[in-house]
Design a protein around this ligand. Structure first.
Ligand SMILES: C/C(=C\C(=O)O)CCOP(=O)(O)O
Ligand SMILES: [Mn+2]
Length: 425
């Protein structure tokens, strides 16, 4: 399954033509998110581009073949538990042309102070020591015709990189740009180290083709662009670029990738322009974390209704959980479970089942009418949170977290908490 197949299955597509101008593509992505899928023709010779492919739950759930939160979470969680093998194809190179330079790939700069055009939706497959493969999404920005800097958040690829460099080895990688959205979703997930995320994608899709590269890495097939290279011990400044919470991430020294080959699909090189901090970015990165929170919370409290990583928290740092308490204290246990399930979470709020986590006004109403700060508020000091938190105490995201129980006390008169309604005619 290709990105083109996936896009063809969407109903609301609008076509755009050049000239785009600097930030033109970013402006369209912003304007259309949550509304339609823009398809950018002629972004470069032999290239077109698309964005907002899974910027809404209905689109994501359609790709997953799910009709409710519960079904969508369960499908993803069970694929993470049961990845399957890839179908390797050997005759693939004829379908691709090679280009000499990363600058031949039409990349986009999205925000005014970003350093340069870059890839925001590249699935990086690393081949690590012990035959371990890992697929994850990383910012990838060219600093030369065959040189790029890659942002490695301290997770699996970073671990692979640290181990390899210590042994005096570089990490062979493939960067696959322009892939089916479920491949992206799997690569945005965090199964335990050693579980290959492309196997998770294969389970979600009912099979996934892949290719082996000369450097030992593998790539999902078809991908519109496949970049073959090595993560080296050299470092360069990365950024500024905008992260999921919509601020400019700190500029850090990050590893340099030496590029060996760049393959571009001859027939349909459809590139995926993922708007940083856009709805698609949030849903893609946050959805699996939401599923994990849902699972963890359900195991401590039976009456969980809805879990949301909120829009204001950019689908990453703030969660609202609605539940029916069976006993006093349930809500706090739910909050603790949520923090354990998603370490980047900074603020977790529990509300009753009559409050919709998708409605920020309703959540604020619950805070105004149901929170008793002496009982309902707790701070977890000095705990690892998100590296993206601008007020974190260190580069690893050391921070203080807040849990808020905004559920009504079970022993109080329920009439005091009833939302008044005007009867229908
Ligand atoms: C979601 C992340 C980056 C981005 O999409 O901009 C990675 C942040 O990871 P933490 O574990 O929260 O530091
Ligand atoms: Mn992994």
């Amino acid at each position: 399954m290709s990105l083109s197949n996936a896009v063809a299955s969407l109903s609301e597509i609008r076509f755009y033509d050049p000239p785009y101008g600097e930030f033109g593509i970013a402006r369209v992505l912003k304007e259309s998110e949550g509304r339609w899928t823009p398809l950018f023709r002629g972004v470069g010779k032999g290239f077109s581009g698309v964005g907002n492919v899974i910027d809404t739950r209905p689109k994501l759930y359609r790709f997953l073949g799910a009709s409710s939160d519960e079904e969508a979470y369960s499908k993803l969680l069970s694929a993470l538990e049961s990845p399957t093998s890839l179908d390797f194809v050997s005759t693939w190179q004829d379908l691709y042309r090679e280009v000499d330079s990363l600058y031949d790939l039409p990349m986009v700069r999205y925000y005014e102070r970003e350093a340069r055009p870059y890839i925001t939706s590249g699935v990086v497959v690393g081949a690590g020591p012990g035959g371990v493969y890992n697929a994850s999404i990383h910012r990838f920005s060219p600093i030369g015709a065959r040189k790029a800097v890659i942002r490695l958040v301290p997770r699996h690829l970073y671990h692979m990189y640290k181990m390899s460099i210590k042994q005096g080895r570089e990490v062979p990688i493939a960067v696959a740009w322009g892939v089916h959205p479920l491949v992206l979703l799997a690569a945005a997930s965090s199964p335990p180290y050693g579980v290959f995320e492309l196997g998770v994608a294969a389970r979600l899709l009912g099979g996934l083709k892949a290719v082996s590269l000369e450097n030992g890495a593998v790539a999902p097939f078809p991908a519109s662009v496949i970049i073959e290279g090595f993560i080296t011990a050299e470092q360069a400044e990365e950024g500024p670029f905008v992260d999921i919470v919509g601020v400019y991430d700190r500029v850090r020294l990050q590893p340099v990738v030496r590029v060996e080959r760049i393959y571009v699909l001859r027939s349909e090189a459809l590139l995926h322009y993922l708007l940083p901090a856009g709805l698609e970015h949030q849903l893609l990165m946050g959805f699996e974390r939401e599923a994990r929170i849902w699972k963890a919370v359900r195991s401590v409290v039976p009456g969980v209704k809805k879990v949301r990583l909120t829009r204001g928290g950019f689908g990453w740092m703030v969660a609202v959980i609605s539940l029916e308490k069976a006993a006093e204290g349930d809500a706090k246990n739910a909050l603790l479970a949520a923090f354990a399930a998603h370490p980047s979470l900074k603020i977790a709020i529990a509300v009753d089942g009559d409050v919709d986590p998708d409605d920020p006004v309703a959540v604020e109403w619950a805070l105004a009418t149901r929170l008793r700060a002496d009982r309902g508020l707790f701070v977890i000091p000095y705990v690892r949170g998100s590296t993206l938190d601008p007020v974190a105490l260190n580069e690893e995201g050391l921070t203080h977290k807040i849990g808020i129980d905004a559920t009504r006390p079970l022993d109080a008169d329920p009439v005091l908490f009833e939302r008044a309604r005007i009867p229908e005619t």
